[in-house]
Design a binder for this molecule. Structure first.
Ligand SMILES: [Ca+2]
Length: 206
């Protein structure tokens, strides 16, 4: 009986992964009529809060981008600057939705992009982390999009993650919503020995 309990406990420990902390502020757009925590561009369209939540929650909403440019390949994007640790690995992800709306052409794409910075306020030298582009073969459908996992370079202290809605063709406006955005580390132990030292490790047993 004891052995069975121990085996059951071990099984639970193995099959329940630790949830990585989401480093974004307001990642699910829970505050009505607000884009708290997010900074957005508006030169080629309008970013706004939408009451339509991905899971249909009446107490949450989503981020909406309307791109209405008179030239090809224009965007509206929103981003956050978040702290990172050098040599830790990170991944950005989120959900996007292109509505079937006669007012828009929907010829475009959703794109996530992240950059690492050498200073804590997302200034200094920058390094591209990852880019990823999502298609929307069906309208009125939520799709999940995730960047590849990348390691913050030596000296990195912060990162910017851009959530971009891209309009392909001039005067063919597009509209997309985003929700449940995430940026988190995939590193459990600091320093996977990519650096030349082992300073962050201890050799004493507690
Ligand atoms: Ca939401």
């Amino acid at each position: 009986m004891v052995r069975a309990t121990i085996i059951a406990t071990i099984t639970v420990l193995i099959t329940v992964p630790a949830l990585a902390q989401n480093l974004f502020v307001n990642p699910g757009f829970d505050i009505p009529d607000q884009l708290n925590g997010w900074t957005c561009t508006s030169s080629d369209g309008v970013p706004s809060w939408s009451p339509e939540d991905r899971m249909g929650s009446p107490s949450s909403g989503s981020l909406m981008h309307d791109v209405t440019a008179a030239v090809n390949n224009k965007t509206v994007w929103c981003w956050q600057c978040v702290p990172v640790n050098e040599l830790w690995s990170y991944v950005a992800s989120g959900w996007y939705y292109w509505p079937n709306d006669p007012d828009v052409s929907q010829l475009g794409s959703s794109r996530w992009s992240m950059y690492y910075y050498s200073d804590s306020d997302c200034t200094g030298s920058s390094t591209l982390g990852a880019n990823v582009t999502g298609d929307h073969p069906m309208l009125d459908t939520w799709y999940h999009l995730e960047t590849e996992e990348t390691a913050a370079p030596t000296g990195a202290m912060s990162a910017v993650i851009y959530f971009i809605t891209w309009q392909d063709i001039a005067n063919e406006p597009v509209r997309a919503r985003m929700d449940d955005l995430n940026f988190s580390t995939t590193t459990i132990f600091r320093d996977g020995f990519e650096s030349s030292g082992v300073n962050v490790w201890s050799d004493s047993f507690p």
